[in-house]
Design a protein around this ligand. Structure first.
Ligand SMILES: Cc1cc2nc3c(=O)[nH]c(=O)nc-3n(C[C@H](O)[C@H](O)[C@H](O)COP(=O)(O)OP(=O)(O)OC[C@H]3O[C@@H](n4cnc5c(N)ncnc54)[C@H](O)[C@@H]3O)c2cc1C
Length: 512
């Protein structure tokens, strides 16, 4: 197998990976960035609404309070503090890289004031383009980018991650690395109805788990309240549409949010999503109404939404838009500290793959692009400070793929048991039937399916064990929040068996 060496292997080309790679290179490190899709792929390019950061230092306390309020007691105070102190500076660096934000900031659900910077409704696209351009401009022997390069396994030696095996368009490639930084995004594709891109199969969470890292709070899954679903495809209508005054109406034409939350359409996402689901069940449908904002304003402010809904014959400036909740963001992931350390020497994680402690039980709108910047940069710096010259190839932890033909059934099981409302009977039924045939050969699709099957089981077990309702996890049989708030952390016993532990809020500890 062809083998290359690098100081830092970054896996993922979204906001967290791209920014981590640029940061590491700016400190003089040799970096190889591998992403299984195109460089500007992942969720990042689909982000519409914007990027949240305190507007000035006086806004830090308020942004932190909003983040903690959405997180329902499970945010890590240290992580939130670091985030609000550093996000503004990192977002300003995006400007230097060529992102032109609209002059007006906007408001989104859960924020107590307008503080979301945006580029119309295509913020992620602008961020992706700017970061990809900077990476391409910096490419050379010390900064290499491998697109279409799928990381199939990490390699470990003496308890340390020492590299990875990749499937690339040119064939298999072994990378020996001083450290590996996972920025592989989330696992929304575990569900059937999701706004997540096809790459969102949770590979990084599965890779880290196989390498011995701990996984935290997998059961918290964020549903976006307003997706338009046709033929199995979920098209997002950005939260900013409600931030600009969009109203939710049920099939009786009634504006129902006053009955659910005093923040109306701008209540936290879990509240709005469950309200919409209840109104669909009670009245037959829910619509997002932007007509009173005026067609010209809607088209100018939301050109991406206008264009994408136009494919389905809907004009958001003149038609009420039929909406329903869809899986949008996976809050849990690889447990890290504020420097992206994943508890296994040589392994770091940042962005949606990580459970950094920022989001608690529910992510505040538009906090994730800025999370990718802040913690991508911090993880890169921490990794550089702890690099080891790679010695030997190490070994791949055992991992079995699953037949990808199972995925439609697996996703239907997850949608039914682990959706907006959960209960013990449905979760137990899903687990009783949780066996998936191994794949005939090792392919990218079978490994992705294998990660989803692993994460699905861990998520279902954690959801069953969490006998309370909090943020993105709602149990109809345990409707109240339990006290005190506890993380659910998957780790390994000394015999290598999965163990689920309840852990109080506080700085993350090691992987085992
Ligand atoms: C439709 C939509 C709209 C959103 N809107 C907003 C918004 O307005 N504001 C906001 O803050 N957040 C928003 N989010 C969330 C936000 O976009 C994501 O949380 C964030 O972009 C994740 O960035 P990331 O770098 O962690 O991962 P991603 O951008 O998802 O990138 C993951 C990368 O990892 C690569 N990868 C994965 N597995 C492998 C593997 N095995 N080998 C090699 N490469 C791999 C992928 O190819 C990709 O390059 C939105 C999400 C969606 C889906």
């Amino acid at each position: 197998m062809k083998t290359v060496e690098t100081e830092l292997l970054v896996v993922g080309g979204g906001v967290a990976g791209a920014y981590a790679a640029l940061t590491a290179r700016s400190y003089g490190a040799d970096v190889l960035l591998a992403c299984k899709g195109a460089l500007s792929g992942g969720s990042t390019r689909w982000a519409q609404g914007g990027i949240a950061a305190p507007l000035e230092s006086g806004d830090e306390a308020s942004h932190a309070a909003d983040t903690r309020k959405a997180g329902r007691g499970l945010c890590e105070p240290e992580t939130v503090g670091v985030f609000v102190r550093e996000a503004r500076t990192q977002v300003e660096i995006l400007r230097d890289l060529g992102v032109t934000f609209s002059p007006q900031v906007t408001l989104e659900g859960g924020h107590s004031r307008a503080r979301i910077r945006h580029t119309g409704d295509a913020t992620g696209h602008a961020v992706s383009l700017a970061l990809s351009a900077a990476l391409r401009a910096g490419q050379g022997p010390a900064l290499q980018v491998q697109e279409g390069a799928f990381v199939q396994t990490l390699r470990c030696s003496g308890g340390r991650v020492v590299g990875a095996d990749l499937l690339t368009p040119a064939g298999p490639l072994r990378v020996r690395a001083g450290a590996v930084l996972l920025a592989t995004g989330g696992f929304g594709r575990l569900f059937g109805v999701t706004t997540a891109p096809p790459e969102g199969t949770g590979d990084g969470v599965g890779l880290a788990w196989a390498a011995g890292a701990c996984l935290r709070d997998l059961e918290f899954v964020q549903f976006h309240p307003t997706a338009v679903v046709r033929g199995g495809e979920a098209q997002l209508v950005t939260e900013a549409a409600r931030g600009e005054g969009g109203q939710l109406l049920n099939a009786r034409g009634e504006r129902f949010m006053p009955r659910y939350d005093e923040a109306l359409e701008l209540a936290p996402r879990d509240v709005v999503a469950r309200a919409i689901a209840a109104e669909i069940a009670a009245t037959g449908g829910v619509w997002l109404d932007l007509r009173h904002l005026g067609e010209a304003f809607v088209q100018a402010r939301f050109p991406t939404v206008t264009e994408s809904l136009g494919r389905w014959g809907l004009n958001p400036g003149t038609d009420p838009i039929p909406v329903c909740p869809a899986v949008h963001y996976t809050v849990g992931g690889v447990q890290t500290d504020v420097d992206g350390r994943a508890g296994v020497p040589g392994l770091y994680a940042a962005g949606e793959v990580a459970s950094s402690g920022l989001h608690g039980a529910n992510r505040l709108a538009s906090n994730s692009l800025s999370e990718g910047l802040v913690f991508g940069a911090r993880a890169a710096r921490a990794a550089l400070a702890e690099l080891r010259t790679p010695h030997g190839d190490g070994e791949a932890p055992p991992f079995t793929g699953v037949d990808p033909a199972c995925l439609p059934r697996l996703r239907a099981v997850m949608d039914r048991a682990a959706g907006l409302r959960r209960n013990a009977a449905d979760l137990e039924a899903a687990l009783a039937d949780w066996t998936w045939p191994a794949a005939p050969g090792v392919t990218r699709a079978s490994l992705e399916a294998g990660h989803l099957a692993t994460l699905g089981e861990l998520l279902l077990r954690a959801a069953l064990a969490r006998e309370e309702s909090r943020g993105g996890h709602c149990r109809t049989d345990f409707p109240a929040e339990a006290t005190p708030p506890r993380h659910a952390v998957w780790g390994h016993s000394s015999a290598g068996q999965p163990v689920l532990r309840e852990v109080p809020v506080g700085p993350a500890v090691g992987a085992r």
